[in-house]
Design a protein around this ligand. Structure first.
Ligand SMILES: [Ca+2]
Length: 255
């Protein structure tokens, strides 16, 4: 289909412009498309389009976040195996997981040249809301993500601005799923125990937004969508009913 589309020089030019525009939601927002919704983005390292939800309304000074994970009603099962987590599942119109491979490529979309092309660091923002309607947003200033050879190792560092609403300042782990145990605890299989794929580590996790979706007004526990420190922030231990994970591509900073 794309081969047909780029058949003539004229459309190739248009195609090039389109691809330049649709790198991720930060660029899309900057181009003037400021409505939240589903957009195709061109994953240059995969040489393909994929559909993502762009959240243009997150409570942040930065605008144009690319949603890589979202839960809002429990209709999509997140207790799935390695291959599903690598490929992605669900639907960007409702609940979805973009896929480890897509997330990796997406994290490398913005590059700068300093003798060679190098990926710019991206930021990660977590949007949360509990069953009482209490909302929170936490963003982190550093996000490093490694390819499948390193089991999609994630490293999040930096702080958000809210007291007692924080993931550990440095958070890292290899990705595990109920059928693949890469956690750092020989006596447990965290992904099987917590029914989800996630970046588990020595004590399994302090945050896990892929765990089973809670029932209406259930309490937050270690076994549903979990964010350590939420009760401190919200004043209750009411479970989360909405979560999303989003990437921001800062094109201006030369980190
Ligand atoms: Ca283990």
């Amino acid at each position: 289909m794309y081969a047909d589309f780029v058949d003539s020089a004229e459309t190739a030019q248009e195609f090039g412009n389109l691809v330049g525009l649709l790198k991720e939601c930060t660029s899309i927002y900057a181009s003037g498309l400021t409505s939240s919704g589903i957009y195709p983005i061109w994953l240059k390292e995969r040489f393909q389009f994929t559909y993502v939800y762009c959240d243009m309304e997150l409570v942040s000074t930065k605008k144009g976040w690319t949603t890589i994970q979202r839960r809002m009603n429990g209709e999509v099962n997140f207790n799935r195996g390695w291959n599903d987590y690598v490929r992605g599942f669900g639907n960007p119109q409702s609940e979805y997981w973009l896929g480890l491979e897509n997330i990796y490529r997406l994290s490398r979309q913005a590059t700068y040249s300093r003798g060679f092309l190098s990926p710019k660091p991206v930021e990660i923002g977590f949007d949360l809301e509990d069953w009482d309607g209490v909302k929170g947003f936490a963003e982190y200033t550093f996000f490093k993500y490694e390819p499948k050879e390193f089991n999609y190792h994630l490293n999040v560092a930096g702080r958000n601005t809210s007291n007692c609403f924080s993931m550990a300042p440095v958070y890292f782990g290899l990705f595990s799923t109920p059928d693949v145990d890469n956690d750092n605890d020989d006596s447990r299989h965290c992904a099987r125990e917590f029914k989800s794929g996630w970046w588990f580590n020595r004590y399994c996790d302090e945050v896990n937004l892929n765990q089973p979706y809670p029932k209406y007004k259930q309490d937050m526990t270690y076994y549903n969508m979990f964010w350590e420190g939420w009760p401190c922030f919200s004043g209750t231990d009411t479970a989360l009913r909405f979560v999303s994970m989003n990437l921001y591509h800062n094109h201006n900073e030369q980190n």
